[in-house]
Design a binder for this molecule. Structure first.
Ligand code: C2E
Ligand code: MG
Ligand code: MG
Ligand code: MG
Length: 290
């Protein structure tokens, strides 16, 4: 019998292979091929300033355009990519593509906004990450202030190591945010010591704000704490008007979620950003636009 559990499974039978392990191998092989064949693409989800309603940033989210299976979401292949190490070249590609696209929009005259990119632990542990990012910024010509990297709490477990890594990279002029904040190992120690620009409140806390007073309390506490630490705070997974009102009344800075827009392909988001250029919010003075 073969254990069904993904990680520590091993074969007791000779000859026939555990279908789960086989799938994993096939997937890892396919991922390598996909990278060579340029089958990945980025979607972008806008981030809105809650006070002005303006788009002030966007998150790059990878998709796999599989020749037979169609568009595959990251949850279905990022774990295998991480396990096999393919996440490193894939992640490099994501950073480069996000920077290239953002620079192309800027060159078109679209108002400049930062793009944020998710970093995996493997990428974060690379010794030459700073050099790689510096090379990408140089070759794409994107100003470093328009790139943000997202890390998760688990990557900061070793505070000294994370601190070193973050300091090196922030020397380039880019910002870091903590993704899925509240779901991992949270320590006030790292919040105090790491050069982080903002917290992203995980959507699991945002989802039930209306029905669950505990979630409402957690969200308002995270916002207050972030502000006391001089950090920006953005809520993830915002889907309803009620959630927007709640976040506004608690002075949350920004929001990201289906209420504003789902992640969109490059062409569609380009259109959205161009509209922003042509129809600025009336509250914004023309010369203040950029
Ligand atoms: P994440 O970084 O927390 O990204 C937010 C996810 O929430 C996205 O899922 C987005 O589509 C989804 N989302 C946004 N708004 C809403 C909403 O209002 N309601 C609900 N229910 N969901 C919403 P997606 O694109 O499937 O990405 C899932 C995760 O995959 C990401 O979570 C991130 O951890 C990872 N990921 C995506 N792209 C990359 C990448 O380039 N590199 C790495 N290492 N991980 C990535
Ligand atoms: Mg993210
Ligand atoms: Mg998140
Ligand atoms: Mg999340």
């Amino acid at each position: 019998r073969v254990k069904e559990n993904g990680k520590d499974d091993y074969m007791l039978h000779t000859g026939d292979m555990d279908p789960i392990a086989l799938n994993k191998l096939t997937l890892q092989h396919d991922l390598r091929k996909a990278l060579q064949n340029d089958e990945f693409l980025l979607y972008y989800q806008p981030q809105y300033d809650l006070a002005s309603g303006q788009i002030v940033g966007m998150e790059a989210l990878v998709r796999w355009k599989h020749p037979e299976k169609g568009l595959i979401p990251p949850g279905d292949f990022i774990p295998a990519a991480e396990e096999s190490g393919i996440i490193v070249p894939l992640g490099d590609w994501v950073i480069e593509e996000a920077c290239r696209q953002n620079k192309a929009w800027q060159d078109e005259g679209i108002p400049r906004i930062p793009v944020s990119v998710n970093l995996s632990i493997r990428q974060f542990s690379q010794r030459n990450l700073k050099g790689k990012v510096a090379d990408i910024l140089r070759s794409t010509g994107l100003d470093s202030r328009y790139l943000e990297l997202e890390i998760t709490e688990s990557m900061t477990m070793d505070v000294d190591r994370a601190s070193q890594c973050l300091k090196e990279l922030t020397e380039l002029g880019l910002n870091f945010s903590i993704d899925d904040f509240g779901t991992g190992y949270s320590s006030f120690h790292y919040l105090k010591n790491l050069p982080i620009a903002r917290l992203k409140i995980d959507r699991s806390f945002v989802r039930d704000i209306q029905q669950d007073p505990n979630d409402a309390a957690i969200v308002s506490a995270i916002i207050a704490m972030a502000h006391n630490l001089q950090l920006q705070v953005i809520a993830e997974g915002v889907e309803t008007e009620h959630q927007v009102q709640f976040l506004r009344s608690h002075r949350c800075d920004e929001m990201q979620g289906y209420y504003g827009s789902p992640p969109l392909g490059g062409e569609e988001i380009g259109k959205l950003l161009r509209e922003k250029l042509n129809r600025p919010a009336i509250a914004v003075q023309p010369e203040a636009r950029n």
